[in-house]
Design a protein around this ligand. Structure first.
Ligand code: PEP
Ligand code: MG
Length: 587
């Protein structure tokens, strides 16, 4: 039957790599290898171990070849994925256990290796940690190759793909993904998978549109079917009708034009049509993101969430470890400023490795969090402050305290900062004596006492994520009430306006570093309310910059003044959206 006559159906998955592709399916099904079990005669056991060693060598050669190709085609970062694969082949425990099992049981070595590797895969899979689950995937991939080499069977290969097709697979390993012929694969769809799996990372770096997590799609399609992969929305349309094809044709064209416009804008200044410069900054969580921040046109880092250095660690990072990271970020951004926020543990960020530091609490967001915790652990806090101060000798650094609820906390934090500076002076270490200190405004009590806080700091940054949660009493991680979390609630806008006005009266600048700052719909509102700087996750910078370049600041001020008179959050949202749509037309 011609695929055009089969009914269209749509499957929602997870978008893994942007772009739209249309074409015929190449069904790629990985099946578990059948490993026959048999006894090996005593006089053949040495040879059997030799076969195992040869299979390991052959696998190493195959993986090295793939790694070289990936390095050539995609670059060293993607190629590094295969270091983990090569390490599996040197894993003493895995290999030693296989040989011991073979020597004691006499069962053929393929069976022993299969059993041992399955035990390891199961152990990794059962640990509730995405990183370790990825390692299970690496091990599965390598084990499969070793078994194929031992059994002399060749699996279906993705590099056999010659004609332009959309690969639809139940699962895909990194080496599968890397073996894909880039000019033949139009798109990639997998039943399983997460956004962060290595295979998806490879697809993304090849710029192949990809959707993962479509569950049982491989059982519902056949070679010959046609489909559309919508990597933007995570949607797969099987056997699309003419109307759907037309609609997608238009979307594809619009997206392509818009993306090229965004890219062009990211190299231009963030300046409105009436020539007001807007400072756009990046929020980062890891040192590696500093380069991305620069590439996307950030004029500095407005929020470095340092708690991520602590979250993945079984112990507190030392002053030296922290200093090295802060210094790397500061140097990567110089001469632009980097706002380093002190530890914001607690709330939704407990410290798994040190349960003694952050206890279980009934209301963690109202509990022992951020600056409260640091003031109770002054030695740990001073260690971080010394590391930040030392980094200030290498560029422009600012320190920012999270969850400030009143002036007393600012005064106590500043006193510890002065102590940390004194300790460094005694050690003869260099730091910037003019280093500026700022306070986050994310608790209502801070928002209404900006005039008092202003006596103890040099800048403010509004954390709208928390401010909205505390103003509206909406737990930011509770799905049931997520619809009530409204950035355009009049209480939110009036509070931001009051903070900006109070700060400006004292000649202090105000940034916004919550998610609101990275949403172009809200950018004009925030700027119109008088916010001086917007700080956001690096990938969001181009779209916000593009919008800033499409509007007049005078219009944004008028918009803000108008919506401040309104009472309905939905109406305010609609007005902000209208303002955006009128200036940024995706056509
Ligand atoms: C905020 O609360 O808006 C903020 C930027 O901090 P975090 O999201 O890390 O709590
Ligand atoms: Mg916060």
């Amino acid at each position: 039957m011609d695929s055009r006559s089969r009914p269209e159906f749509v499957v929602q998955g997870i978008s893994a790599s942007d772009g739209i592709a249309y074409g015929e399916i190449f069904l790629y099904l990985q099946t578990e290898l059948e490993v026959p079990a048999y006894q090996v005669d005593a006089d053949k056991r040495v040879a059997e171990i030799g076969r195992f060693e040869q299979a390991l060598v052959a696998t190493r050669q195959q993986i090295s070849k793939i790694q070289n190709e990936v390095e050539k085609n995609l670059g060293p970062d993607e190629a590094r994925i295969f270091d983990a694969h090569l390490m599996v082949l040197e894993d003493e425990a895995l290999i030693g256990e296989t040989v011991r099992e073979f020597e004691s049981s006499g069962t053929n070595i393929a069976t022993c290796f299969n059993r041992v590797s399955q035990r390891y895969i199961k152990a990794f899979d059962e640990i509730n940690d995405e990183y370790l689950r990825e390692r299970a995937g690496d091990l599965r991939d390598v084990a499969q190759r070793v078994l194929q080499n031992l059994l002399g069977t060749a699996a279906q290969q993705l590099n056999e793909l010659a004609e332009k097709r959309i690969v639809v697979a139940n699962d895909i390993t990194p080496s599968d993904a890397a073996g894909i012929n880039r000019s033949a694969a139009l798109g990639l769809v997998t039943d399983s998978g997460s956004k962060t799996s290595h295979a998806v990372i490879v697809a993304r770096s090849m710029r192949i549109p990809a959707v993962v997590g479509v569950r049982d799609l491989t059982t519902r399609v056949a070679n010959g079917d046609r489909l559309i992969v919508d990597g933007y929305a995570g949607i797969v349309t099987v056997n699309p009708t003419e109307q759907t094809l037309l609609r997608y044709g238009r979307i594809q064209l619009e997206k392509k034009t818009f993306e090229s416009r965004l890219l062009a804008a990211s190299r231009l200044p963030a300046e409105t049509l009436d020539r007001v410069h807007v400072t756009l900054l990046a929020n980062i969580e890891k040192a590696e993101e500093a380069a991305q921040a620069r590439e996307q046109g950030a004029e500095g880092v407005g929020l470095f969430r340092t708690e991520y250095l602590y979250l993945n660690s079984p112990r507190l990072p030392t002053e030296e470890e922290q200093f090295a990271i802060y210094k790397a970020v500061v140097e990567a951004l110089a001469p632009h400023p980097v706002v380093i926020r002190t530890l914001d543990l607690g709330g939704d960020k407990p410290l798994a490795g040190m349960p003694g530091l952050v206890h279980h609490e009934a209301n963690p967001f109202l509990g022992f969090r951020a600056i409260r915790l640091c003031l109770e652990h002054p030695a740990m806090f001073r260690e971080q402050l010394r590391a930040i101060l030392r980094a200030s000798a290498f560029g422009k650094v600012r320190i920012m305290y999270p969850m400030i609820s009143g002036a007393d906390e600012l005064v106590r934090a500043n006193a510890l900062l002065a102590e940390a500076a004194g300790e460094l002076r005694q050690r003869g270490e260099r730091f910037d004596p003019e280093l500026e200190v700022g306070s986050m405004i994310e608790i209502p009590s801070a928002a209404v006492t900006v005039d008092i806080l202003a006596g103890h700091c040099r800048f403010f940054s509004i954390g709208t994520n928390d401010l909205i949660q505390y103003l509206l009493a909406i737990d930011r991680v509770n799905d049931h009430i997520a619809h009530l979390y409204e950035p355009t609630h009049p209480a939110v806008l009036r509070t931001i306006k009051a903070v900006v006005d109070d700060a400006h009266r004292r000649k202090l600048p105000v940034a916004v570093c919550g998610e609101m700052a990275g949403d172009p719909i809200y950018a004009a509102l925030l700027l119109g309310l008088g916010v001086d700087e917007l700080s956001m996750s690096p990938p969001l910078l181009p779209a916000v910059k593009y919008f800033v370049r499409s509007m007049r600041m005078s219009d944004a001020r008028r918009l803000a003044a108008d919506v401040l008179k309104l009472g309905d959050p939905k109406e305010i949202h609609a007005r902000a959206e209208e303002f955006y749509d009128a200036r940024v037309k995706v056509d």
